[in-house]
Design a protein around this ligand. Structure first.
Ligand code: ATP
Ligand code: MG
Length: 397
């Protein structure tokens, strides 16, 4: 079993959770297991403060890639488990460093130890020295030198309670909390740049986020729908299981366009979206709504207009992008790889149904007067009755 690897998985925030700690860890282990379900021959263990996966070298590569997409993972290292014996630990260093040495060139290295098990009778610097000197002794004549500040190769050793792991890589994770540890949220997703980023941020807070899309297909064609489905599949990779609700919105938009003050249209559309989203959330067991709004970004996102939309619902509305500027959001969308899908050309509802001069400070009383001009309750129930539900799972990724 020479190629047997140990993947050491670190989490950070979970460690702070006091009495609920085990629940969070169980949730993270469950998510990791699910994400690796199709990889054969894995063994899992979750001793104090860490999660370990034992596997073959090939599987380690697959797992390490997937771990980067699991909220709650702070970082991961692929290494090997060894006895707590300086010679055995140094042998790993020699095995890994030797192929990197080239005639006539020096390679600088150091050993860095993290000793979680304080009962081990050597301190971390002592272990660094013991293992480092053994490696140096064997490879010094081939150009190996110790340099703690500018090492080109760092051999890391973690002395845990019941496991000693040697590794020389750290793959950063997403951090945050495992999906499923914080309950379910309904995210308003529009096919633009912002809402996918908002949903991603809520997933990283441990929420399972289902999407709701208000579709005006007869006017815009399938473009918006296809984009939102694509984005939802991409986002689902982080949570593996979610739903996308598609609500036909054209009748409501037509009613607002034909009966209400043009300057109020955008806020009135948005109030209807919020009302429907709340009703669906309540029906489906979601505890809050999430949107991609950010203060001052567009006419509908002034403080007055944000208040005017919040006012029609009584459940929490999370706006994780509220204080971000567009450039920061774009950067995050690029990292998330939703950006290229979001910018695919397609007219969104607002650009066609948008009045020439939307009100930036709509008064709630005036909006309510507008809403007496069409039978919104009936239209809302009709839209919910015609709603489509798309189940997303691992196979749709
Ligand atoms: P985005 O890039 O998310 O579309 P935006 O800058 O275009 O954002 P708006 O169009 O004003 O902003 O929408 C603000 C938020 O309202 C969106 O982030 C989304 O959460 C929600 N929203 C807007 N249109 C829709 C829609 N058709 N279906 C679902 N949610 C929507
Ligand atoms: Mg939009």
């Amino acid at each position: 079993m020479n190629d047997r690897r140990t993947i050491l998985i670190r989490y950070d925030e979970i460690g702070l959770k006091g009495k609920n700690r085990n629940q969070f860890i169980d949730c993270l282990v469950k998510n990791i297991r699910e994400q690796m379900r199709d990889v054969e021959g894995l063994e899992f263990k979750a001793p104090h403060g860490r999660i370990f996966i034992y596997c073959s070298l090939e599987s380690a590569e697959v797992c390490s890639r997937r771990l980067q997409k699991i909220p709650g993972v702070a970082s991961a290292s692929v290494g090997v488990t060894r006895p707590r014996d300086f010679d055995a630990l140094a042998a790993v260093g020699v095995e890994w460093i030797e192929p990197l040495l080239q005639p006539g060139r020096t390679l600088k290295f150091c050993v860095r130890t993290n000793r979680a098990d304080k009962s081990f009778p050597y301190t971390s610097p002592e272990i660094d020295r013991e293992v480092g000197s053994r490696i140096l002794h064997q490879l010094h004549s081939r150009g190996l030198e110790v340099d703690i500040k500018a090492a080109g190769f760092v051999l890391e050793i973690e002395i845990g309670q019941d496991e000693t792991v040697v590794f020389n890589n750290r793959v950063p994770g997403l951090r945050g909390l495992p999906v499923g540890s914080s309950g379910e949220v309904l995210g308003l997703i529009s096919g633009g740049i912002d809402s996918p980023v908002a949903i991603y941020r809520m997933m990283k807070r441990g929420c399972r986020v289902h999407g709701i899309f208000f579709d005006n297909r007869p006017f815009m064609g399938r473009g918006g729908y296809d984009k939102v489905v694509k984005l939802s599949k991409l986002l689902n990779a982080y949570q593996r299981r979610s739903r996308l609700y598609v609500v036909p919105f054209e009748d409501i938009q037509v009613a607002i366009r034909d009966h209400c003050r043009p300057a109020h249209r955008v806020v009135l559309y948005r109030r209807m979206m919020y009302r429907i989203a709340q009703a669906v959330a309540q029906q489906k067991g979601c505890l809050a709504l999430a949107t991609g709004e950010s203060v001052g970004q567009v006419a509908s996102q002034t403080l007055e207009n944000l208040n005017a939309v919040s006012q029609v619902v009584n459940m929490s509305v999370f706006r994780p992008l509220i204080g971000m500027n567009k450039l920061e959001i774009i950067n995050e969308a690029k990292q998330l790889e939703t950006y290229d899908i979001s910018i695919e050309p397609h007219p969104d509802c607002c650009s066609v149904f948008m009045p020439p001069r939307p009100a930036t400070r709509a008064k709630i009383k005036d909006l309510e007067t507008d809403e007496t001009k069409f039978a919104w309750e009936g239209l809302m129930q009709e839209a919910i009755a015609k709603m489509e539900c798309i189940e997303l799972d691992a196979s749709t990724v």
